[in-house]
Write a protein that binds this ligand. Structure first.
Ligand code: SF4
Length: 223
């Protein structure tokens, strides 16, 4: 099994709803988002972790954690992701996948084989603005297919949007709410400055909470 691991967080109380989890960051991503916080993980490089080291790391925390978040980078670009998730589940750990929703074949496999217990998918922007955020052309039909697969999977899920006032207007956020639709969890994550994208963000938690306050019937959270 070969999967490039760029880093780990030993314990997180916030990345896997309802669980104490380690976070494993895969190396490499097929997007180049303007505000990426994990930009050191974007290029595909050799992994600094061997599988044995990772196993020792997880076993040492097994009494504390009950889940693992597989994040990135973009985990679904790694062809061995299904065997990696199966390996984690064999250790008795619940698996949450963080994805940008660009590999429907991989997602379908993970869902059909029940190799993940929770899926969090990014909705970067309304469809017409996607390429501006991700800094490349990518067929949004593929992202729509992933969204639909996750919605129909009956696996616990949430959709997430990183919000920056210089990139997404409130009208854009309305469109994203419509894309996700009622009955599904949507999280607006306020974008903090990064060394690569240090533009002032006028969205505050209060402003966004006020904005969502009249969206009855939708499950929207601001983080
Ligand atoms: S999808 Fe995530 S990891 Fe990839 S460039 Fe965008 S923010 Fe960074």
């Amino acid at each position: 099994m070969q999967i490039n691991i760029g880093g780990v967080t030993p314990l997180s109380t916030i990345d896997y709803p309802g669980r104490l989890a380690a976070v494993i960051y895969t190396q490499g991503c097929n997007f180049r988002c303007l505000y990426c916080h994990n930009y050191r993980l974007v290029e595909k490089r050799e992994t600094p972790f061997t599988q044995d080291q990772l196993q020792a790391f997880l076993e040492a925390r097994r009494r504390i954690i009950d889940g693992v978040v597989v994040s990135g980078g973009e985990p679904t670009i790694h062809k061995d992701l299904p065997s990696f998730c199966a390996w984690l589940k064999e250790m008795g750990l619940a698996v949450k996948l963080d994805t940008n929703g660009t590999n429907p074949l991989m997602l379908r496999l993970l869902i059909e084989k029940r190799l993940v217990d929770f899926i969090a998918m990014d909705i970067k922007a309304p469809w017409e603005k996607y390429s501006r955020i991700i800094q490349k052309d990518f067929p949004v039909e593929i992202i729509k297919e992933c969204l639909q697969l996750i919605k129909e999977s009956k696996i616990a899920c949430e959709f997430r949007t990183t919000v920056h006032s210089a990139l997404l207007t409130l009208e854009d956020l309305e469109k994203i709410i419509d894309i996700v639709g009622p009955g599904y969890s949507l999280v607006f994550q306020i974008c903090n400055p990064t060394p690569k994208y240090n533009v002032q963000n006028t969205y505050t938690k209060e402003k966004l909470l006020n904005f969502i306050s009249n969206k009855q019937g939708f499950h929207i959270e601001v983080r």
